[in-house]
Design a protein around this ligand. Structure first.
Ligand code: 5AD
Ligand code: SF4
Length: 456
């Protein structure tokens, strides 16, 4: 059905001179990056040339993120500024999709105050983009497709991937966990898993096309398969993916600790193609706060998981997310977060100050701590983690790492970027033809954020 809409728009575009252009801008997580690759694929099918600036583009798509207030403000500011370009080119079509499109207050505001935006649609109807765009083109009216609908999974959509070495594969959509601070379950809907055969076929094809670093994506990959009629869980899927012939590495994100099982750790340890890395967000080191967040594990249970993982893969790279300043969190409770990171010693940490999201339970809680105190706690956390990250990086010096060269960099002294099997960034110099190859790299120096190496 969508293919017919694509063909119709393609026929219209074929008559246009010069070839009409489209620009897709992405905010937020890797799921959004993957969705944008789908949008670009659909736009290419519809006869648009993909460009990398909004200036003068015939179609602009802004794929948005609602996870924190700051991200939303940036999007609204940038969408507001598009009004000038549209004045110069009134035929331009401006679309806004992604998580913000599903927030009622945002949809209302776009409707009333951002009249230059023509099309607004939520993540559950992403696959209907050609149909919705056609409606805008033929009717020249505004289209809002933002209501709550059960998400479907459309297979066989065209994808236009940004890289040649790394690729993302969505294995499931949505989230059922309802952590009390989080907007995702409201805007992305319930969990839907893709059929394993469709996922495995996509991975096989990527490997044949030369992709070497494949990341399986989902809001919580560990609940993969629970909604399918089949007897398959995430570790089963991972093991089947790792059995695909070829030289490549598999990564996955994100894992909810409550569902990260010993079976998963066993598969990671057993399968050489599964990279020795896991992103395991802990959010807080204090059990009372974890309960208020509805995370459904205690501090001790989290530490036990880390222990079980390291018992199987001692040098596993461990990264995590943490929120500082959850409503009601005291500085004494925050100290438990600090002590947890000292105990676990993560390789890297994504640190966030709590941001109230309209419609979530936590936004209703009393939040007495001042901004200044939250910032001071946040700074202490970042400082501690930077020290730990640097110490962990120093331990790489003198070792040889089997790295995948995955891109070129701006720095003339270190013109290549590579990743260790655990995903740590390595800068090195060498011929650009090495991109896409695995090479042995001796680590000679480091910073808090990266390693520096020489090709052996
Ligand atoms: N405020 C701050 N951080 C948040 N995250 C999710 N919701 C919020 C919020 N309301 C963080 C969590 C999550 C990561 C993707 O973003 O740490 O793991
Ligand atoms: Fe949000 Fe929790 Fe779902 Fe992650 S698991 S997307 S933090 S509700």
């Amino acid at each position: 059905m969508q293919q017919a809409y694509c063909a119709e728009i393609r026929a219209l575009n074929a008559q246009r001179e010069p070839v009409p252009t489209a620009y897709v801008d992405t905010y937020g997580c890797q799921q959004n990056e993957a969705d944008s690759e789908l949008l670009r694929g659909m736009l290419t099918e519809m006869g648009y040339e993909i460009v990398d600036t909004d200036q003068g583009a015939d179609v602009i798509v802004i794929n948005t993120c609602a996870i924190r207030e700051h991200a939303e403000q940036r999007v609204l500011g940038n969408v507001g500024a598009l009004v000038h370009g549209k004045r110069r080119k009134p035929s331009q079509i401006i679309c806004l999709c992604g998580c913000m499109a599903r927030e009622q207050h945002v949809a209302d505001r776009l409707r009333q105050s951002y009249r230059h935006v023509d099309l607004v649609f939520g993540p559950q109807v992403l696959w209907r983009f050609p149909e919705l765009l056609r409606r805008v083109i033929l009717r020249r009216g505004r289209v809002f497709e933002t209501q709550d609908v059960p998400g479907a999974i459309a297979e066989g959509l065209p994808v236009r991937r940004s890289g040649k070495v790394k690729a993302w594969v969505s294995i499931m959509y949505g989230c059922n966990n309802f952590c009390t601070y989080c907007i995702v379950p409201y805007v992305r809907g319930r969990e839907r898993s893709r059929e394993p055969e469709a996922i495995l076929a996509e991975i096989r094809q990527l490997v044949e096309q030369g992709y070497r670093d494949i990341t399986l994506l989902g809001q919580n990959v560990n609940s993969y398969g629970k909604d399918l009629g089949e007897d398959i869980d995430f570790p089963d899927l991972l093991e089947r993916a790792a059995a695909i012939p070829g030289e490549f590495l598999l990564r996955f994100m994100t894992s909810h600790p409550k569902d990260a099982t010993e079976k998963l750790f066993d598969v990671m340890a057993r399968c050489e193609k599964v990279a020795p890395v896991i992103h395991l967000p802990f959010q807080s080191g204090n059990t009372r706060v974890l309960t208020a967040m509805n995370r459904r594990y205690t501090r001790e249970q989290y530490l036990e998981k880390v222990h079980a993982l390291r018992a199987r893969i001692p040098d596993v790279v461990l990264t995590s997310d943490v929120i500082v300043g959850f409503p009601g969190e005291t500085t004494a409770e925050f100290e438990d977060t600090l002590s947890l990171i000292e105990e676990v010693r993560f390789d890297a940490l994504f640190t966030f100050i709590y941001s109230p999201r309209k419609g979530t339970p936590a936004a209703q809680l009393p939040d007495p701590m001042s901004k200044e105190e939250k910032s001071a706690n946040f700074d202490r956390l970042v400082e501690a983690q930077n020290r730990i990250s640097l110490e962990k990086h120093r331990a790489y010096i003198g070792t040889v790492q089997h790295c995948l060269v995955d891109g070129v960099s701006e720095d003339p002294r270190n013109n290549l970027n590579a990743r260790t099997p655990g995903g740590r960034l390595v800068h090195l110099s060498g011929d650009a033809s090495l991109v896409g190859q695995f090479v042995d790299v001796e680590i000679v120096d480091c910073s808090t954020w990266a390693l520096f190496g020489e090709k052996r």
